[in-house]
Design a protein around this ligand. Structure first.
Ligand code: AMP
Length: 213
């Protein structure tokens, strides 16, 4: 499957993407994960992106398109891909459209995960992430077995720098201003699938039904 996952931070894009990869081997591509790895490794990309990310701002479109232009050419994308956190602006969506046209690739659809703002805030303030493998936990509903340590790889499980209350509030404002208009963009493309995403299981079921036609 070839999907775009749209939705506010904390809407469950990463969780849904991980569940979908297990169904048919499509690869999850998270620009947030790619950027966090670059920051951790101290690469040129990481140095350019870090300040934007910590402030809860978007990284410039050119940097993101450089990353995705290369990433989508890799062999593991051939069976399918789940774009998690990309595109996030109209210029990114337009550049992606041009890129896919050039590559002769068609999207199945763009899934818009809708979650009420109070639920988003609750999820983000209680979310914890493994610094090594990116696994996601929740201090209330899904804590790691050993506090602060990842069940999967043993890495440190921490609160992300951009999940302070101030950065979260900024990220939600940026989402409303720059990313929410993408739902309309994909509606006009005839690709939008709007879903109530309070439960990730229901989202996966709805996507499977839609793909089955
Ligand atoms: P995420 O893990 O998807 O919430 O992304 C974390 C941060 O990485 C965002 O707040 C942005 O600073 C940056 N980022 C991730 N994806 C993009 C993108 N497509 N465009 C611009 N910035 C991005």
């Amino acid at each position: 499957m070839r999907l775009i996952l749209l939705g506010a931070p904390g809407a469950g894009k990463g969780t849904v993407a991980k569940m979908l990869t297990k169904i048919d081997g499509s690869v999850q591509i998270s620009t947030g994960d790619i950027l966090r790895a670059a920051v951790k490794e101290g690469t040129e990309l990481g140095k350019k992106a870090e300040a934007y990310m910590t402030a809860g701002d978007l990284v410039p479109d050119e940097l993101i398109m450089d990353i995705m232009g290369e990433r989508l050419l890799q062999d593991d994308c051939k069976p399918g891909f789940l774009l998690d956190g990309f595109p996030r602006t109209i210029p990114q969506a337009e550049a992606l459209k041009a890129l896919l046209e050039k590559l002769g690739i068609e999207l199945d659809f763009a899934v818009n995960l809708n979650v009420p703002r109070e639920e988003i805030l609750r999820r983000l303030t209680t979310r914890r992430t493994c610094v090594d493998c990116g696994a996601i936990y929740n201090v209330i509903s899904m804590p790691p077995k050993v506090e602060g340590k990842c069940d999967k790889c043993g890495g440190d499980v921490v609160q992300r720098d951009d999940e302070t209350e101030e950065a979260i509030s900024k990220r939600l404002d940026v989402y409303n201003e720059k990313t929410a208009p993408l739902a309309n963009f994909y509606k006009e493309e005839g690709l939008l699938l709007d879903i109530d995403a309070t439960s990730s299981d229901d989202v996966v079921k709805a996507i499977q039904e839609k793909l089955a036609g």
